[in-house]
Design a protein around this ligand. Structure first.
Ligand code: PMP
Ligand code: GLU
Length: 397
């Protein structure tokens, strides 16, 4: 079968692939502990579920406008005003089928073959593949561990060429949990303004910050930054709604109009019922979000302490998101039975086979030498999983 060339420019999502493998092993009766996928283990809050049930009962089950209903857009506008002090018009908002598809639509609207997008590593898996799928080139710059896995304004400046269309920022970060400070963001944004490139700011982990610093939304840095920023967001993580598939983007109206046109020929619209649920998530009580964040803070401290107790492992305390990203390169060159560990992929495969713990190798995020553990799982799973990892680690020779 002849497939389009573009299919060879990408690989399957490593995070979803690891989740599928762990779930398959579980269905075969193997007691796998999953630290793989980044998905809150909490149920969707009841008020949100009730809004969807009411929508079904009211017959709100038909096509909606391609870019989302006016009501959902107003809910997004209200959220951005309430939490971020931002002011947007409906023409600057699109509701999408998850944040992933907001990014997909953005890259479709922005990238011609050969165009470049600057992506700081460690990066979330889909940025690079989505850019490549459009025929673009992801220019990866590395956030050093010593700098909290964050890139600097100088690095961004050096990566800009005449072909640069956009810079991706993701704070709080998946996979490292790094949170950029206001000063750091201001310095990077100044470079983007000077070079007149777009910032695609993925802020989907906004509520998950465990320090007093709080979230700094990139478009709030000033009018010159706002007019060059496409904000990507959604309710998947904040309201534990991964399966509902509602994301959104806010930014310059020409980009939003292009994304809406593309969406009208692709998904038609985000699911009507899920939009009603998202309205309640965004405008109703935020207490379930706060409760989830409190619990994640507890888990983060536990997980990082356990990881640090493994001889040779370094692990930064992540300020945000729900991932730990330890440096496990001390395992390289060591063996388990007759298998040698040479990279993070080997480590993840062996750990799954030998200890039945699923995590994601750092190489999937453009950072060899690390693994990502999601702590969006119960405290009990964290304890059992870490006991297994500690036992596995002690067997390396
Ligand atoms: N951005 C980041 C950084 C993510 O980790 C994810 C993973 N869910 C997404 C976007 C996509 O979110 P959604 O599930 O809403 O498509
Ligand atoms: N974003 C989550 C993760 O990184 C979910 C899977 C995905 O969409 O990649 O695990």
């Amino acid at each position: 079968m002849r497939l389009a060339q573009r299919t060879s420019w990408i690989s399957p999502s490593a995070t979803l692939a690891m989740d599928a493998l762990a779930k398959r092993m579980k269905s075969e009766g193997i007691d796998v502990i999953g630290f793989g996928v980044g998905e809150p283990d909490f149920d969707t809050p009841d008020n949100v579920k009730e809004a969807a049930i009411a929508a079904i009962r009211a017959g709100f089950t038909k096509y909606t406008p391609a870019g989302g209903t006016p009501e959902t857009k107003e809910a997004v506008i209200a959220k951005l005003a309430r939490d971020n002090g931002l002011s947007y018009e409906p023409a600057e908002i699109i509701i999408t089928v998850g944040a992933k598809h907001a990014l997909f639509g953005a890259f479709q609207a922005l990238i011609d073959p050969g165009d470049e997008v600057i992506v700081p590593a460690p990066y979330w898996v889909s940025y690079v593949d989505q850019v490549q799928l459009m025929g673009g080139k992801a220019v990866v710059i590395e956030g050093a561990e010593a700098n909290g896995f964050k890139v600097t304004a100088d690095q961004v400046r050096e990566a800009i060429t005449p072909k640069t269309r956009a810079l991706v920022l993701n704070s709080p970060s998946n996979p490292t949990g790094a949170v950029y400070t206001r000063d750091e963001l201001e310095a990077i944004a100044a470079v983007a303004v000077e070079a007149d490139i777009l910032i695609i700011s993925d802020e989907i982990y906004e509520p998950f910050i465990y320090t007093d610093a709080g979230h700094v939304s990139v478009p709030s840095l000033g009018p010159e930054v706002k007019e060059r920023t496409l904000l990507i967001h959604g309710v998947s993580k904040s309201h534990s709604m991964t399966g509902w598939r509602i994301g959104f983007a806010a930014g310059p109206s020409p980009i939003i109009a292009a994304m809406t046109k593309i969406q009208s020929h692709s998904t038609s619209n985000p699911t009507s019922i899920a939009q009603k649920a998202a309205v309640e998530a965004l405008t109703g009580t935020q207490e379930p979000v706060r409760a989830m964040v409190r619990e994640f803070a507890r888990r983060r401290n536990y997980l990082v302490e356990r990881l640090r107790s493994l001889p040779g492992v370094q692990c930064a305390l992540p300020d945000g998101a729900f991932y730990a990203f330890p440096n496990i390169s001390a395992a390289f060159g060591k063996r388990v039975g007759d298998r040698e560990i040479t990279n993070s992929q080997d480590f993840a495969e062996l750990l799954l086979q030998e200890a039945h713990v699923a995590l994601v190798p750092g190489s999937a995020f453009g950072a060899e030498g690390y693994v990502r553990l999601s702590y969006a799982t119960s405290m009990e799973n964290l304890k059992r999983g870490m006991d297994r990892i500690a036992e596995f680690w002690s067997r390396l020779e």
